[in-house]
Write a protein that binds this ligand. Sequence first.
Ligand SMILES: C[S@@+](CC[C@H](N)C(=O)[O-])C[C@H]1O[C@@H](n2cnc3c(N)ncnc32)[C@H](O)[C@@H]1O
Length: 220
Amino acid sequence: MTERLKKLCAFLDECDAFIDVGCDHGYCTQYMLENGLCRHAVIADVSPQSLSKAQRLLGAYVNSGVCTAVCCDGLEKVPRDGLTLIAGMGGEEIIRILSSAYIPQSFVFQPMKNAPALRAFLLDNGCRLEYDGLFTETRGGTVKYYFVIKGTRRGGGAPYSPAQLAWGRHSLGTPELKNLLEYELEKLESYKNNGLSATSLGGVEERIKDIKGVLADEYN
Ligand SMILES: C[S@@+](CC[C@H](N)C(=O)[O-])C[C@H]1O[C@@H](n2cnc3c(N)ncnc32)[C@H](O)[C@@H]1O
C-alpha cells in the first residue's frame, strides 16, 4: 500500500457495510476486511478492468459473499446504507456522482483536485463535515498534498469562512498547509514572469493576495 492509501485508510471507521466507489485495486476494502472493520463490503468501479483487479485481490471474500463486486457508474447500483469511500477522483467528478444519485449517510471523500467545490457542495446540501483537512505523502523526494473530507449526510454545522472553504477547516494552522501555501505562492510568483495577459495576471495577483492573507491570519 502506498503512503497515501495508508493515511487515507486511517480515516475509515468501523462500520457494518463499507462501500468503495472507484475501488480500482481494492486495497482500501482489503484494509477494512482484513482488520475486521466491516461486516460486508461492496467494491464498485465503472471500469470492468479496474473492478477485476479488486475482484482478484479480494477473491476469497467475494466467493464467500462477504464482499460484493458491482460494475457501475458512481452510486448507481450500490446499496444506500454504509460508509462510502470515494477516493482518487476529481472533486467535480465526485460532485457529479453525488448529484446524480444521493449523498451517502456517512462518507470519506479524497478528491485529487477541486476540493473547494466539493466542500461547498456538501455544505450547501446540509452535510456535517467532521474532518476536513489534508495529509501528505512523500514520493521520490517530492511531497504531495491530499485533501480528505469525512462526514455525514445530515447535521450541518457552522458556516465556513472563505479560507476554510478554500483549504479545509482542519487544514488551517497546520504545518502541512503552511508548506502547501508557501509552495503555491512560489509557483504563482513564477507564473508572473511568463508574459501573462492582463486578465490572467490579475487572477494570479488575486490568488497571491488570498494566500498571503491566509498565511498572515493563520501563521503570525
Ligand atoms: C485513480 S483510481 C483511484 C482508486 C482508489 N480509489 C484510490 O484512491 O487509490 C480511480 C478509479 O475510479 C474509477 N472511476 C472513475 N470514475 C468513476 C465513476 N464515475 N464511477 C465509478 N468508478 C469510477 C476508475 O475506473 C478508477 O478505477
